[in-house]
Design a protein around this ligand. Sequence first.
Ligand code: NDP
Ligand code: GDR
Length: 341
Amino acid sequence: MTLPVALITGLTGQDGSYLVELLLQKGYRVFGLVRRASTFNTGRVDHLLDTFDTNRLEFLRGDLTDGSSLARLLRLIKPGEIYHLAAQTHVMVSFEIPEYTADTIVLGTIRLLEGVREVGIQPKIYNACSSEVFGNTPPPQNEHSPMAPRSPYAAAKACAYHCCRIYREGHRMWIANGILFNHESPRRGETFVTRKVTRAVARIKLGLQNKVMLGNLEAHRDWGYAPEFVEAMWRILQQEEPDDYVIATGDSHSVLEFVEEAFGYAGLAWRQHVEIDARLIRPLDVDYLLGDSRKARSKLRWQPKTSFKELVHIMVDADLKRERILLEGTAAHHGAGLAHL
Ligand code: NDP
Ligand code: GDR
């Protein structure tokens, strides 16, 4: 029996790591695009290498900035489904490296789509769009809300979204945009605000640091749980016809509320540990995101399960566990000096 074949760009990222687990569970053969880095960058998926034989999961070297590598991979594996997740994903960083951000998001997407055309395959393609494209369009935001990007990242995501629609309509390709609102997990990158806070809470609780510097505490985000959001990506590609979907919880909280919940859960007083650093405040920020995902709920039969509080607790618990393990490792290396911790 031939297994369905999927290609994931961005497999080493937060979403890619949960998606590959889901696809392997569902019986897919999965290929992951992995870029070259000077240090190991497969930490989020290394656990899978032991679990699955190499016929089910394979990493292939490539880069969104290198169209020839994308075309070569497509020719080699001829995937039936492509989950295009790779990107420069940090909004604040996009103000500092706008060209690279646009190169990965806009040109990277075009290179991938052109590669598909050149190789002559007809896969179903998922493109990772973002709620950032809505900017300060009043909440709740859905598939019909105007896009008003407020960062180079968001502008690039809006452009890639339109490119995907143009290829869908113009070249009759099967491409769907998932307009996902923020989704978090213990695997979230450490420089995004939720993980920055939960990691700091754990380290403060264990006496490893005392302060955390933050920027805008007033911004509101609709935060969901990443494993549930990758399930929506898969459901989008199981539809007969390609379409665009907002994926969100419909519950919005401020950064300050996240901080209060995380510190409170660990029994800490946030005011004693949080300081505002003006350098972390963005030239432009998105004030209030709250998604209306009724279309996905009815057409995809998808719905989120994890509440805001549960999400915060999952992340704090995971960081406490991780920091304790790291601490024990340090104690083992450095001997008795740290044993009292
Ligand atoms: P991450 O930042 O965790 O992962 C990004 C992935 O892209 C990593 O695998 C990274 O590789 C890879 N990547 C970056 N640059 C390149 C490149 N030049 N060539 C090849 N690969 C590259 O992002 P998430 O998992 O959180 O997000 C997945 C996608 O969904 C992204 O497109 C993001 O913009 C979008 N999105 C995310 C949301 C969220 O809340 N998480 C919400 C809405 C949209 P490496 O591991 O080597 O760094
Ligand atoms: P976002 O996530 O920009 O929504 O993009 P991030 O966690 O970076 O910021 C959320 C809000 O928190 C405020 N903030 C801080 N942010 C960071 N990173 N660091 C801080 O110290 C800090 N202090 C306050 C920000 O100003 C902002 O208002 C994420 C990414 O995953 C994108 O790729 C994705 O498209 C969107 O979510 C949906």
